[in-house]
Write a protein that binds this ligand. Structure first.
Ligand code: C2E
Ligand code: MG
Ligand code: MG
Length: 599
């Protein structure tokens, strides 16, 4: 071999340059070996797996230490072995398919064959240390006319974990770990598509826990959360494979049953059986932080087949059925009924109209007289009516409950208070009247945070004598929040306003807190007064209420007095103030002025 050929070969093999010609081969080789060692050390310290693969034979030509550690094998053992020896067949299949693809296609982004960024694949690798998700990037390389693949594999467990966490956050409820609304909608869409294909019925069940708010308010949110978690686990325990339980939020859950019968009737029976099992299991007692508790569900069910209903309307219909279950006394199951939807529709219309009614002054106040034994007028109760442009005068029981449900009661209550105070002030100024006016205050309105400043503001603005204003509250308010209610009543009483307990006897008032309440008056509910002279029980109740009121030093008013006999019984038993048709119906202010103030 010619000297130049030697030099060229040497240069090729160990990379020695021309100026190294004067050094001894040994020293140069040593230096080169150190350099290689250093380079290998760098590669071995890389956390990436590096595998050099002969492209034709798929034999492993070189690996770094990370690969050896992962397989628990020495480098020597790995070299010159086929890929198949170390990887599961499906992984090899994936990798080779990937190699072939990389071999063929140039990257569409950078036009390079085997671009690292654009040619990555993910593989779950089974190693002695467990299964890892590895992302392989592949590059082609040619050394000495032979083609190789350089496989760079990174353990992406952490990234996968983060991705899973993001997925969980986006699609699962953090408290119960159940699918959230988003994922539920997705599952419902799939269920509809499946049902369209195989024509089997499915069912959507909407579950709302009865009086859950009471538990949350009285025992705290952590107890409420514990209950929701336990309820979830119980319902989950009775699901079949393929069924979905999700949480919409609050105490609302949804169950999606798929693949029921091809026949509507059987599907209805299947879903009903499930609903009963669910009701039963939710009804069983719970232990919440050592505290025994029971709760019931209201369940609405809607059946579906094919995809004629979209997911939104399906959920809406299940919700309507649930609402119907609530209306029928809770702890019940109801199927979606289109008539119910009509009723709800008209409720929605009414809600809209009510908003307008408040802003456009369609409300009117009527006043009902309250008299003493001699029939002298001692006060009035303000009772609201809605002067509907088409329907005429609408009584309060037809719209107050809707106002309470929708929250409109806040603005309605404010309107009533404002107008009643203005009226009292007017009578005070024009007629030197010292008549008090009773104003009904609903629970929601009283509990609202701004109630006190609102009252204070209206009293100030209208300049009315506060002691002529009396608020009528109902017992339900007191049952739920005794201490808070006492504090709030006291604060408002300090402004001069008086307090009465309306419809007394119908609620659940217990004597123990009745005596603690800073009240001025009890109003005996008209249902007791009605049968006072025929029903001995009602007579006894009324007698007891009057005695009790006098013991607690409360004024007592009998409501709904319609006959002389009722009046006589009440008078004989010590009642001093009366309200009812026997003395006068609720009337517009002009009528009140005409009858009482012009005499
Ligand atoms: P309430 O406060 O118990 O008012 C007494 C109801 O009994 C009134 O019905 C009155 O018209 C009726 N009534 C009075 N005397 C007799 C009688 O001798 N026989 C019979 N059968 N009924 C009699 P109304 O005006 O229909 O009001 C019903 C309920 O609506 C009220 O019951 C009250 O709870 C509520 N309400 C009325 N106005 C307002 C208001 O401004 N705000 C709030 N939150 N609720 C109101
Ligand atoms: Mg009242
Ligand atoms: Mg009443």
């Amino acid at each position: 071999m010619h000297f130049d050929e030697h030099a060229e070969l040497r240069t090729k093999i160990i990379g020695l340059g021309e100026n190294s010609i004067h050094k001894s081969y040994y020293a140069q080789l040593k230096e080169r070996a150190v350099e290689l060692e250093r380079f290998r050390a760098i590669l071995d310290r890389s956390s990436e797996m590096i595998i050099l693969l002969e492209a034709q034979s798929h034999l492993i030509v070189d690996v770094n230490a990370t690969v050896c550690n992962l397989f628990g094998q020495s480098r020597e053992k790995l070299l010159h072995t086929p890929l198949e020896q170390w990887f599961e067949p499906n992984v090899v299949e994936n990798l080779l398919a990937y190699c072939r693809k990389v071999g063929r296609n140039a990257c569409s982004h950078c036009s390079q064959t085997a671009c690292k960024i654009c040619t990555t694949t993910e593989i779950a690798m089974d190693t002695p240390h467990g299964v890892f998700p590895i992302e392989f990037a592949l590059q082609r390389a040619t050394f000495g006319g032979i083609e190789y693949f350089v496989l760079l594999g990174s353990d992406i467990s952490e990234r996968k974990k983060a991705e899973a966490q993001i997925y969980t956050l986006a699609f699962y409820d953090p408290l119960t770990k159940l699918p959230n609304r988003q994922l539920l909608f997705d599952r419902i869409s799939h269920a509809l598509a499946n049902s369209k294909r195989h024509r089997k019925y499915g069912a959507l069940l909407f579950i709302d826990l009865d009086n859950f708010k009471t538990l949350n308010d009285t025992k705290g949110h952590h107890v409420g959360d514990e209950l929701l978690t336990q309820v979830s686990r119980r319902i989950e325990s009775i699901l079949r494979e393929g069924d979905t339980l999700g949480r919409l939020g609050g105490d609302e859950f949804v169950v999606l049953l798929e693949g029921l019968s091809l026949e509507k009737q059987s599907a209805a029976i299947q879903s009903e059986q499930f609903a009963y099992r669910m009701k039963h299991i939710v009804n069983l007692p719970y232990t919440l932080f050592g505290y025994e508790y029971t709760i019931s569900p209201s369940i609405g069910v809607v059946l579906f087949v094919g995809d004629e209903k979209n997911k939104e309307s399906l959920l809406k219909h299940a919700d309507i059925a649930m609402y119907q279950a609530k209306q029928s006394g809770r702890n019940t199951i109801r199927y979606y009924d289109p008539l119910m939807q009509k009723a709800i529709q008209s409720k929605l219309v009414m809600e809209k109209e009510l908003k307008i009614a408040i802003s456009e002054n369609q409300l009117v106040l009527f006043y009902q007289p309250q008299v003493d034994e001699q029939g002298n007028l001692v006060g009035l109760e303000a009772l609201v009516r809605w002067n509907h442009p088409k329907r005429g005068l609408v009584p309060p029981l037809d719209f107050i409950p809707l106002c309470e449900e929708s929250g409109l009661i806040i603005s309605l209550g404010k309107w009533v208070l404002e107008h009643a105070c203005e009226q009292v002030k007017k009578w005070e100024t024009l007629w030197h009247s010292a008549l008090h006016v009773s104003i009904n205050v609903s629970v929601k309105q009283f509990q609202e945070a701004h109630f006190y400043p609102m009252v204070e503001g209206i009293l100030k603005r209208t300049g009315v004598r506060a002691d002529l204003i009396k608020f009528e509250l109902t017992e339900s308010l007191i049952v739920d929040h005794v201490e808070e209610t006492i504090a709030k009543i006291s604060k408002i009483r300090a402004l001069g306003v008086k307090f009465s307990l309306d419809d007394f006897g119908t609620g659940y008032s217990s004597l123990s807190y009745l005596k603690k309440l800073p009240l001025d008056e009890l109003k005996i509910d008209q249902s007791f007064v009605r049968d006072i002279s025929t029903d001995i029980n009602d007579a006894m109740i009324v007698k007891t209420i009057i005695d009790m009121a006098s013991n607690f030093d409360f004024e007592v008013v009998a409501e709904g007095v319609e006959t002389q006999a009722q009046l006589q019984f009440l008078t004989e038993n010590g009642c001093r103030i009366f309200q009812g048709y026997f003395f006068g119906k609720p009337l517009p202010y002009k009528e009140i002025e005409r009858i009482y103030f012009t005499l």
